[in-house]
Design a protein around this ligand. Structure first.
Ligand code: NAD
Length: 260
């Protein structure tokens, strides 16, 4: 379905981004992987996807907290492949604290990586996508882009901002062959959430398994985690012809979280 397309997935060395990258490669898109991690492990993932799916996969370690690096990632990709078809803004971090104790440096880092990086990436990608008269921008927001929780001031602000940005870009690109949408996952069992489960386990003196159950019970009526592969499927749908008229909106994949 995506043969010959070029896709960038930010933050794709782990978790949801890696699940999305694998699904796009399965559909034969060529990939630019991005994110931090052990160089050997990243190379093993890169070459593994290339071998398994017969596509071209390159790694670019651009730091999504830096404007020039984000814009450079887009420019380098267009230079190398001569096009850019799919941009998945997925890189993200989390930090939790009550608002009056929230460290300003953590606020800035979360806004930079979870929100401003998407702005810089989109701004740099849209001219090329419009020129091609085809492009898909998918922003990985969150249930926290639609509703709030305590102790997540920066994350909730960034994700609500990302949903707003999605709407503006959807309007500005409407009718050009380019679409921009946000996916809003509920809990997904990745390193970002493992940390929160570990915090609950040590605060309450309970096992990891019990803490995971508590975390789900509080928000996610399905009582089950969303998987990175399911989110890959959602992004693939947004890249399909069936989604040509879906733009400027959000798709929740949250086990019922935001229906409450
Ligand atoms: P993760 O920690 O497993 O992966 C985050 C990825 O982003 C990693 O590849 C990491 O290297 C990369 N990254 C972090 N800082 C970066 C930077 N400065 N520059 C480049 N890359 C950077 O987390 P995840 O759970 O897979 O989260 C991915 C996205 O999904 C995030 O935007 C997160 O907010 C969102 N999300 C996660 C959940 C969940 O339950 N896990 C729910 C909703 C939304």
């Amino acid at each position: 379905m995506l043969k010959g397309k070029i896709a960038i997935v930010t933050g794709s060395t782990s978790g949801i981004g890696l699940g999305i990258a694998r699904e796009l490669a399965r559909l034969r898109a060529n990939l630019v992987l991005n994110g931090f991690g052990d160089a050997g492990e990243i190379e093993a993932v890169r070459s593994g996807i290339e071998r398994e799916h017969g596509v071209s996969v390159v790694y670019n370690g651009a730091d999504m907290s830096k404007e020039e690096a984000v814009r450079g990632l887009i420019a380098t990709t267009i230079e190398r492949f001569g096009r850019l078809d799919i941009l998945v803004n997925n890189a993200g971090i989390q930090f939790t604290a009550p608002v009056e104790e929230f460290p300003p440096a953590k606020w800035n880092a979360i806004i930079d990586i979870n929100l401003s990086a998407a702005f810089h990436g989109i701004a740099a990608a849209v001219p090329q996508m419009k020129k091609q008269r085809w492009g898909r921008i998918v922003n990985i927001a969150s249930a926290h882009g639609l509703v709030a929780s305590t102790h997540k001031a920066a994350y909730v602000a960034a994700k609500h901002g990302l949903v707003g940005l999605t709407k503006v870009v959807g309007l500005e690109t409407a009718g050009s062959g380019v679409t921009c949408n946000a996916v809003c996952p509920g809990w997904v069992l990745t390193p970002l959430v493992e940390k929160q489960i570990n915090d609950i386990a040590s605060q309450k003196g309970i096992s990891h398994e019990e803490a995971a159950k508590d975390l789900l019970a509080e928000k996610q009526p399905s009582s089950d985690f969303v998987s990175p592969a399911q989110l890959g499927g959602t992004v693939a749908f947004l890249c399909s012809a069936a989604a040509d008229q879906i733009t400027g909106t959000t798709i929740s994949v949250d086990g019922g979280w935001t229906a409450q």
